[in-house]
Every structure is written in C-alpha cells, then in structure tokens.
Design a protein around this ligand. Structure first.
Ligand SMILES: *Cc1c(COP(=O)(O)O)cnc(C)c1O
Length: 396
C-alpha cells in the first residue's frame, strides 16, 4: 500500500489487497488441516522450506506449518506495526515462549523489567526454558547485559501497574542485544515500538486486537530474520494460531482504532472521577504520567488503569463482589469493562519478591474500561467503592 497511507485506512484495507481479484468481500476462511499433494518433489520442497522457517513454495502441505487465513492476518498486523513481517501464535504466552526459545539459540541470559504480565513472569522465573534471567530496573539494563545476553524484555505500559518504560532508552542501553516490547496495552494505535528501535513487538491478541472477548491469540511483529526463527519454532512446537481466531482478529482490525479511542475517552472520565474518591489512593494511568515517557512514545494514554484501595485486600474483595455492570474477570481490552485484582488472580503466580519489585500490592485493582457509557460505569464503580469502603471500615 502507499507508504503515506494513514493508520485508520491501513486498518480497514491491510490484508485485503487481493479480495477483488479473488471476487470476495470478506476474508476467505480456510479451515483445512491438510492439503492434497500429488507431486512429491514440489510438496516436499514446500514442506522443507517451511520447516526451515520460510514461507510455503506452493502448497501449505499441513495446517500446523502454514495457513493462508493466518498469513493474511499476519501481513495486516505487520503493516500496522510498521514491521517487515508478523508471526501469529495460539496465545500470547505461546508467542513469548517462541521468542524466548529462539533467543536461547543465541545466548541463555535474558534481562527483563518488572512488572510483567503474571504468565510472562512465571515463565521467566520457572526455569522451564533453561534461561538465566536478570530482573532489572529500567535504569539498570546496561549494567545487566552480559556477553551471553540474547534478549531484553519489557512491557510498557506494564501489566498490571501501567509502569511506563522509555523504549528508546532501553534500546540504547541494550546496545546490540535485541529488545522485545510487549505492546498489548497500547496497541499499534497508540504506540509503535519498532519506530523507537525495538526489534520485536509482542501482542496478546486476546486483548485489544481481538477486542471482543472471544479469541485467544498471540502475535509478534518483527524483521524478516526473526520471523524465520519464530516460524521455525512454531513449526517444531506446533503453536500456530487457529485460522478461525485469525479470521476474527482480521475482522476486528478495521474497528481497532475506533474501539481503542472510545475506550480511552471512557477511561479518562473514570480516572478523573477516581481522583476525588475518598477510598482511592494512587491512580496509575499513562494520562497522569509525570515522567514525560507517555508524551514521548505514546499518542494516547489508553483505557487500562490501576488504582490502590486504601482499605487493602478487604476493600478489594468487597469491590469485586459489588460491581454489577462491570465484569469481575481477568483479561482486558474487551468491549465490556473488566475489573480484577492482580495479586489474587493474574499475578498470583508471581513470587513475593517479584510482586514487591513490581509494586503489585494487596490493595491494587486493575480496570480495563470498555465501551459502555462512562456515566453508567462510574455509577456502578462508585456504588461498589462505597461498599468497599464500608467493608474495610468494619474490619478496621
Ligand atoms: C494477557 C497478556 C499476555 C498473555 O497473553 P495470552 O493471550 O493470555 O496468552 C501477555 N502480555 C500481556 C501484557 C498480557 O496482558
């Protein structure tokens, strides 16, 4: 597409360039698990190309190796992130795992900044992949790099505290070591890490990219070299995205910017209201950033926020039990508003030391504002906060 094409236009048309030639208006959904091969030499050559991380030379051969509907979505997302290629996985965690397995081929040491999504922290801390991990503060990255460091991993805004990390600064500190940025919270609508020098952009497609709470997916936008390594891991481990999920993700792309911006407006409204509530302590939201990082690398603050309840865990329990309109559930970036308690749920698997390092307190609540009317959301949250305040007062 024309390199000057704007984001919203790309989001509508990317991955649909050949529709007219195909005579279709919606994405052809190919659910084949296998493909007929009459010519053994040609089929074998295609299989071998894919086993080496390349693209099919003709036949897709077998759907664990390649699927045209998945490839179509990968091409579209790559365009939105300004990447050469993208590689899609069965979940965000499958994508993180593939990146770490590919990185481990070059060196077994990884530097990561906390907080991270609970699953990512768990994977890194588990030792499952045989990696040596240094959890560093953002300003300690340079000092943490070793000759065998193969990856620097950051989230910004980070899950669940919305901590912001200066991507260009991390890239400078990392030197020749590739930097992976988890862009799940910001989406390419609000932040494009490759423009800041990152090598890999990760998304849990389960969140904003899927956007409707009905898909589990992961995708990595990167350069051609890394895409080959990631596809190689994907072929071997069998972690490819399901084509129906790819279809739904692609179907949601044209409305991504609309959804992200509308939810962001709702979040701004809620964040302002929270400021003056007696039960609410610190509010974490890029819109209230005082470091200048949000301004530097994001075009908007997004719709996920976190806040501290003065009444701690007892208040949080009462809050979760009292919301009526908001959905008390993990995950984020859906059309409906989701509220959850990281220490008890998404970050339960993070060690005590990890929670401390990541500032994940017992009074912290994470809120992903959806597309409901902000006044209705506030009415619900306000009554739940009153219940939370009462519960904490009784126990105090
Ligand atoms: C949810 C999430 C993940 C993991 O994605 P899944 O699709 O649940 O496997 C990774 N990073 C962040 C920031 C997330 O919020």
């Amino acid at each position: 597409m024309n390199p000057n094409t704007r984001f919203e236009t790309l989001a509508v048309h990317a991955g649909r360039e050949d529709f007219e030639a195909l005579g279709v208006h919606a994405s052809p959904l190919d659910l084949s698990s296998t493909y007929p091969i009459r010519d053994l030499e040609a089929g074998g050559a295609s299989l071998e190309a894919m086993a080496l991380g390349g693209l099919p030379q003709g036949s897709s051969v077998y759907a664990r190796l390649h699927n045209p509907t998945v490839a179509r979505y990968e091409g579209a997302l790559a365009q939105l992130e300004g990447a050469e290629e993208a590689v899609a996985f069965a979940s965000g965690m499958a994508a993180v795992t593939a990146i770490l397995m590919a990185a481990a081929q070059k060196g077994r040491h990884v530097v990561a900044v906390r907080p991270l999504y609970g699953g990512t922290d768990h994977l890194l801390a588990s030792g499952l992949l045989g990696l040596d991990v240094t959890f560093a503060e953002p300003h300690e990255i340079r000092a943490a790099i070793r000759p065998d460091t193969s990856l620097v991993l950051v989230e910004t805004p980070a899950n669940p505290t919305l901590q912001l990390v200066d991507i260009a600064d991390v890239v400078a500190q990392a030197g020749t070591v590739p930097v992976m940025v988890d862009n799940t919270f910001a989406t390419p609508v609000l932040q494009r890490p490759l423009e800041q020098g990152a090598t890999l952009v990760l998304h849990s497609g389960t969140k904003f990219l899927g956007g409707h709470g009905d898909v589990i997916a992961g995708i990595v936008a990167t350069n051609g070299e890394w895409a080959i390594e990631l596809r190689k891991v994907r072929v071997i481990t069998g972690n490819i995205l399901h084509p129906l999920a790819a279809y739904l993700l692609h179907r949601g792309l044209p409305t991504l910017a609309l959804r992200v911006k509308a939810a962001q407006e709702g979040a701004a409204f809620i964040a302002e209201r929270l400021k003056s509530h007696s039960e609410v302590g610190e509010i974490h939201w890029p819109g209230f950033d005082t470091t200048g990082i949000a301004q530097k690398q994001m075009s908007g603050p997004g719709s996920v926020l976190a806040f501290e309840l003065k009444g701690g865990f007892e208040a949080a329990k009462a809050l979760m039990a009292s919301v009526k309109l908001m959905t008390p559930a993990v995950s984020l970036g859906s059309t409906d508003t989701l509220i959850q308690h990281p220490a008890a749920l998404t970050h339960r698997v993070v060690s005590e030391a990890g929670k401390k390092q990541g500032h994940i307190s017992m009074g912290l609540v994470r809120l992903s504002v959806g597309l409901e009317h902000p006044e209705d959301l506030w009415a619900d949250l306000n009554q739940a906060l009153v219940a939370a305040e009462k519960a904490a007062a009784i126990l105090a």
